[in-house]
Unconditional design. Structure first.
Length: 629
């Protein structure tokens, strides 16, 4: 089917080609109708032959042309070649009306098939619309419209109501509501103001924003998402690869069978050569494998498009296919199952210092970190910290932090940090993340910080089990007490706590070795500090990582919101896509097998052969582009 499909998502204007194809169909059908009338009203054979030949040339010129191009390129066994040989053979055996009729209905089928393909690509075309046309650059007190790819990091751009944000940046002036539908699938506008991050592709609904650019156009969110979806079709699923291999074997096989059908019976049975050749031509029309070759990849493309409309980016058909066989789902905790918004909920200080002093010491140690726990401590302190007064800052992975402030050595971390430096402390069993603090080697108290479980986390775990997932696991660097409490509330099967990043990879390796050979393991993380585990899992899912380079690079699937329930949507889309593919394969092979037998026995007509090829193709394609529920 080379060159027959409209590439709507590439930016080409396909309306002219569509009109031209429709005009050819109408003209060819009109001349064909005239030929049929002439056949029943006049005796002059030459006029009838000219009318049939003219209608055939109008309808079949592009098919014959593509067949010739395929021959030149060494690809003889494609659909154009088979259709050309079958119809020209029908002419040669005196069946001109059948030859033109087959070509007419073939072209009608192609027309509706192309429209169906264009419809399936509509969501991708809409996604391409997030690409900005221009950026309003503010420089030296003036503004000018420029191409987004000329804007540099640190430049200021103005975004007015109704305009797309052209590049990722930070708002330095103004407030507005942003329409994020194209990126996240969420219809509720997001309010932004000074210091908030904004992503390219969002639409400013009201207000005027001045934005400082933090990423070049090529590195912006919109460009990365567009590239990701455009390239998704290049990663074929096992089913697609099988169909391609199947067609390479199937097509030559049926051509050989057609030749044998045309030659062997007349020689062995001394039969009518013309009749057996006609049967072989019918056999060729029926045998075209285009329905499989088109509908199966199109089903995957439709599934990926449906996922993108729902705020789920799937990097290829292979990952969409793998989502059908999920056996184990491994979750990171913070920012994945929980909100990752920490608050200081309790302060317990030793008798020697006040709660305020304890919080101040904690803020000194956490001021250099961007970890959510550290940010919550600094926020609770609520005052500016003079970083020049701090020295000897040391971060000890999996333990905590030490720093010298105003001549005092401060230690802040978990129980491991206290034990590491031989500091005697009072360990507590209060649920929450505990930050133990010591000053000059003496225990000063502890701060309790709590996280909140996301509203849909419990439902997500429950629905995963309903969808056949056998093992749900949580990995966290948090302490076992907090991890166990969350795991119990969410009804998770297994929990591993107190882990360092490399230990998470080790756990995933063990889980991979335990699972079924056909089963798949998913790791769901925030995509920022879980890149090694995302890359190691069968399917890495980054959640809420839309603006994270690590998420887009390391993950196979990106959930563009902070809702773990999006994973259920992705699995449901994969299962629905798989259902459509199975329906198509059974339907196509069943109908073709039935008509191939009829064709070989001489029962099927050329018109029935058209249905077995074109009709089946159109039905399969229409089935492929049905919207996922």
């Amino acid at each position: 089917m080379e060159n027959s499909h409209c590439e709507c998502c590439c930016g080409h204007d396909c309306s002219t080609n569509e009109k031209s194809r429709l005009l050819k169909l109408i003209a060819g059908a009109a001349v064909f109708g005239s030929a049929i009338i002439l056949e029943h009203t006049i005796v002059c054979e030459s006029y009838i032959k000219i009318a049939f030949l003219l209608s055939y040339l109008i309808l079949g010129a592009d098919v014959i042309g593509n067949a010739v191009k395929s021959l030149i390129k060494g690809r003889i066994l494609d659909e154009n070649f088979l259709m050309g040989i079958a119809t020209l053979g029908a002419f040669a055996t005196g069946n001109a009306s059948e030859a033109v009729g087959v070509m007419l209905f073939y072209q009608i089928g192609e027309y509706f098939q192309n429209k169906a393909v264009a419809r399936s690509k509509k969501s991708i075309a809409e996604l391409m619309d997030i690409r900005p046309d221009y950026a309003t650059l503010k420089k030296d007190g003036t503004t000018q419209r420029v191409s987004p790819d000329t804007v540099e990091i640190g430049d200021l751009i103005i975004v007015k109501p109704g305009e797309k944000i052209p590049l990722d940046g930070i708002v330095i002036e103004g407030e507005a509501l942003l329409d994020t539908t194209a990126l996240t699938g969420e219809s509720v506008p997001r309010k932004v103001g000074v210091s908030d991050s904004v992503l390219s592709g969002c639409i400013c609904q009201n207000g005027v924003l001045t934005v400082e650019v933090v990423k070049t156009f090529g590195e912006s969110t919109a460009s990365k998402i567009i590239g990701l979806v455009e390239n998704a079709s290049s990663k074929k699923a096992p089913t697609e690869k099988f169909i391609t291999k199947f067609a390479k074997v199937y097509t030559p096989a049926v051509v050989i069978l057609a030749i044998l059908l045309a030659c062997v019976p007349p020689i062995v049975l001394s039969g009518d050569w013309s009749g057996w050749i006609h049967r072989s031509l019918i056999f060729l029309v029926i045998s075209c494998p285009c329905a499989l070759i088109v509908s199966i990849p199109l089903s995957f493309f439709g599934g990926i498009g449906s996922a993108s409309r729902n705020g789920i980016l799937i990097k290829g058909g292979n990952y969409l296919d793998a989502l059908n066989n999920v056996e184990t789902v491994v979750f990171d905790k913070t920012g994945t199952l929980t909100k990752g918004v920490f608050k200081v909920t309790e302060i317990f200080s030793a008798e020697s210092i006040s709660d305020y002093e304890l919080l101040q010491y904690a803020a000194y140690t956490e001021t250099f970190s961007n970890h959510p726990i550290a940010l919550s401590v600094v926020k609770a302190y609520g005052k500016d910290i003079d970083k020049t007064s701090l020295a000897d800052y040391t971060e000890i992975p999996g333990h905590g932090v030490t720093v010298t402030a105003h001549g005092k050595k401060i230690y802040a971390g978990n129980h491991k940090l206290m034990e590491r430096y031989g500091i005697s402390f009072n360990e507590t069993d209060i649920t929450g993340t505990k930050v133990y603090i010591a000053v000059d080697g003496t225990f000063a108290g502890y701060i309790v910080i709590s996280d909140e479980i996301k509203p849909d986390s419990k439902e997500t775990v429950s629905k995963l089990k309903e969808n056949g997932v056998r093992n749900t696991v949580m990995l966290t660097g948090d302490n076992p007490q907090i991890a166990d409490a969350i795991a119990k509330e969410l009804n998770l099967d297994t929990v591993y706590a107190g882990l360092l990043p490399d230990e998470k990879v080790e756990i995933v390796e063990k889980l991979l070795n335990k699972k079924n050979s056909k089963g798949k393991l998913i790791f769901v993380g925030d995509g920022i500090n879980d890149a090694p585990v995302l890359a190691r899992a069968d399917i890495g899912v980054a959640m809420g990582g839309l603006g994270s380079d690590a998420a887009i690079e390391a993950a196979d699937v990106v959930l563009m919101t902070d809702e773990p329930s999006k994973l259920i949507d992705a699995i449901c889309i994969a299962k629905y896509t798989n259902k459509i593919i199975k329906q198509n394969i059974l339907f196509i092979l069943g109908v073709k097998a039935f008509f191939l037998i009829l064709g070989a026995l001489g029962v099927a007509t050329m018109w029935q052969a058209v249905f077995a090829d074109v009709g089946v193709s159109v039905i399969a394609v229409l089935n492929s582009v049905r919207k996922c529920r």
